[in-house]
Unconditional design. Structure first.
Length: 401
């Protein structure tokens, strides 16, 4: 039996923009300046899928292709690098704007801060970003992965010098293991999951993600999007990017923002749907192909932004993400190819399903999507698990209808 797509519409809370300033344009300029100081920095492509937009009956579809980010095949390094840089700057009592790559890697700084071990839990991409940054800044990292994680993702993290392992826990319990060992061994926990008493580092991570939004608006020029689709795990990336656009456009001019999640790990959707002031968790195994989104406990900071500034929340089956992977991987004539992983393709997959499936046209109408719509998606990862990517795209795993 085909699993269904569920959605919930939340009314915007107007005149409540103070909470998004941390992720707004002014701060994003500081973030991107830090990232630009790394020798590896280049803006990732914003792909204009003209053929797909015409086929689906909208004005334009843009996809920000994060598979090119710092050579790591995913966007997560943006948050990892900015939070580690901000932590070191904070230890020295200076602002991150005074700590470009050349200075933060200097012998003088290393002598002052000493040896630091950064610890995190990850489904793959975040841990790789933390390991890469720790390696580049001459520090150490420990990375815990949930059970079922891809060996390829583990190996890529280990290649960067991290002490990395796959645990017997789900994602949220791996986070608890990271915290326990951070407390016991004096390590610094760098997690995008925020909770009461642990918010400074997650906020830095969320701010780090705004680099890709800032790049996107520069690349779009005058082509302001009418609709933005963002994927959520704990809600840190989607919260940070939603905050950026809320600050940029304000209440009245902001595009319609839709958050998508796998239905087996839809903690943001459940929290939005309950609308009772509490966070709602998903427990146990979260068996979805969208491994990077398999998180059961919302980030408090991310949820606070999404609660006030996102419009629609979607819980969807795996076949939708698989559809997005295949569409991006086998584009229409004239459209560039985007290699997008299971989590990365989730938003484009939902857009395609929304515009092709008659049973969803009522939702399409509610979203206000028509031939004038300009749609922006973020492909947050490439084929970080190449074997699984091939199974889905070549062999038709999760074929959909």
């Amino acid at each position: 039996m085909q699993e269904s797509i569920k959605y919930f519409h939340k009314e915007r809370r107007l005149n409540n923009l103070s909470s998004v300033k941390d992720f707004g344009v002014e701060n994003a300029r500081k973030v991107i300046k830090y990232h630009q100081s790394f020798p590896e920095y280049e803006p990732t492509p914003l792909v204009d899928l003209k053929g797909l937009a015409a086929d689906l009956g909208v004005n334009s579809i843009y996809v920000k292709d994060e598979s090119y980010r710092f050579g790591l095949n995913a966007f997560k390094v943006l948050g990892g690098s900015y939070c580690i840089g901000s932590y070191i700057a904070d230890q020295l009592g200076v602002d991150i704007s005074e700590m470009p790559f050349e200075r933060i890697t200097s012998p003088e700084v290393k002598e002052k801060v000493g040896n630091i071990t950064f610890v995190t839990a990850t489904d793959g991409n975040h841990g790789r970003g933390i390991a890469w940054t720790a390696n580049r800044l001459n520090q150490k990292s420990v990375v815990y992965m949930p059970k079922g994680s891809a060996e390829e993702r583990l190996h890529n993290i280990q290649l960067l010098g991290a002490d990395a392992s796959i645990t017997e826990f789900n994602y949220d319990d791996a986070v608890r293991l990271a915290k326990k060992n951070a407390d016991e061994y004096g390590w610094v926990m760098v997690q995008d999951t925020a909770w009461e008493g642990y918010e400074k580092i997650p906020r830095w991570i969320m701010q780090g993600y705004t680099t890709m939004a800032y790049e996107a608006i520069q690349q779009l020029g005058d082509n302001k999007p009418t609709h933005i689709f963002l994927q959520a795990g704990v809600g840190a990336m989607s919260g940070g990017i939603t905050g950026f656009f809320a600050d940029l456009y304000g209440d009245e001019e902001r595009p319609v923002i839709t958050i998508v999640e796998p239905n087996k790990a839809d903690c943001i959707f459940r929290t939005a749907e309950a609308d009772d002031g509490n966070l709602h968790f998903v427990k146990g195994d979260m068996d979805s192909i969208m491994a990077g989104l398999c998180c059961g406990e919302p980030c408090t900071l991310g949820w606070e932004v999404l609660r006030d500034h996102a419009d629609y929340f979607v819980s969807m089956p795996d076949y939708v993400a698989a559809e997005g992977m295949r569409i991006l991987g086998a584009p229409l004539t004239g459209d560039p190819r985007v290699i997008s992983g299971e989590s990365g393709a989730s938003t484009l997959g939902f857009v395609a399903e929304l515009l092709r499936n008659p049973s969803l046209w009522e939702l399409k109408k509610k979203l206000g999507i028509d031939e004038t719509s300009k749609i922006l998606c973020f492909s947050t990862e490439g084929d970080t698990d190449k074997a699984n990517y091939k199974r889905i795209v070549w062999d038709g795993l999760y074929p959909g209808f």
